[in-house]
Design a protein around this ligand. Structure first.
Ligand code: AMP
Length: 279
């Protein structure tokens, strides 16, 4: 596996692969890799002849310089995990080459970023949309792999790829969880020992609410019980806990059934955890 930082070298590599008729997949990441990321790599390996992983901690999607500074950076360990997984190329560009001083373009998807995480993290999804557009265009990948863990992000990426005619197929991959149900995340590394023990309560409460709704409990009743359980477990704040349409992320009218999911973000100490599950 080669690590490339330079766009021209990346493009030359991909051009050779495509000339040989090979299908190229990309798994964009911000590093601090865990088995959730590796499951995306395995899915990409099964679907493509060549797999690129990108490692770029995107400054444009952070809401504060402190959060950006605190984000774990573990490139050597990440590379050591990717090599045996059969990744062909690690693309790890510098921030200055992705965003040179005269960079002036922003990709904004309408509507989808206005709710859930977007409502609490102004500009976050513009940053995500801008970097994902760039990474798909820089790599020229035939297929991009993204986690359902970040469901809202996945819907935004599907929208921008369709709207901008980016010739990459987008594939969503299921959320990988720890044995106790906690969704794997690079941010879990920042949980204290006691908060780590409390963390699975988020998923557990969501599962219970989804089951209750499925069995006819009113949304409001089920969601209020889940929020209370999350706070009882030691979370300091539930930022949101909502049921919304799976694709358009709009509120659900219980009288007109359609595919929906439960979405949550909650704070445990200094760490913000998110999760989502189908209903
Ligand atoms: P990140 O490095 O956090 O930007 O994540 C890179 C990709 O991995 C995104 O598409 C995430 O949705 C995905 N991902 C993160 N955590 C998980 C997980 N627990 N299971 C599956 N995919 C994940």
């Amino acid at each position: 596996m080669r690590t490339i930082r330079d766009l021209a070298a990346l493009r030359a590599r991909v051009r050779d692969w495509k000339a040989a008729g090979e299908r190229v997949g990309v798994v964009p990441t911000m590093g601090a890799l865990h088995p959730g990321h590796l499951s995306l790599v395995h899915t990409a390996k099964a679907a493509c002849d060549r797999v690129i992983v990108t490692l770029f901690v995107n400054p444009k999607q952070f809401n504060s310089p402190e959060d950006l500074a605190k984000y774990p950076r573990t490139e050597a360990t990440d590379a050591a995990l990717l090599e045996p997984a059969g990744v062909d190329l690690l693309f790890a560009p510098d921030a200055a080459s992705v965003y040179p001083p005269d960079f002036a373009t922003r990709v904004t998807v309408a509507h989808l970023p206005e709710v859930l995480c977007g409502a609490h993290r102004p500009g976050h999804f513009d940053g995500v949309a801008t970097v994902v557009t760039k990474l798909l265009l820089m790599t020229g990948a035939d297929q991009g792999f993204f986690g359902e863990k970040d469901w809202q992000q996945l819907q935004i990426i599907r929208r921008l790829v369709a709207d901008l005619n980016i010739p990459s197929q987008i594939t969503g991959c299921p959320t990988l969880r720890e044995a106790d149900g906690l969704a794997m995340s690079s941010r879990n590394l920042r949980l204290s020992q006691s908060d780590r023990l409390a963390a699975p309560a988020l998923y557990k409460a969501m599962e219970q609410a989804a089951a209750a709704i499925h069995n006819g409990t009113a949304d409001q009743t089920a969601l209020a019980a889940a929020e209370a359980a999350i706070l009882r477990a030691g979370f300091s704040r539930v930022e949101y806990l909502e049921r919304r349409g799976a694709e358009d992320l709009l509120p659900i009218d219980p009288a007109t059934p359609r595919p929906s999911r439960l979405f949550a973000a909650a704070w445990l100490g200094e760490v913000r955890l998110i999760d989502n599950i189908p209903i």
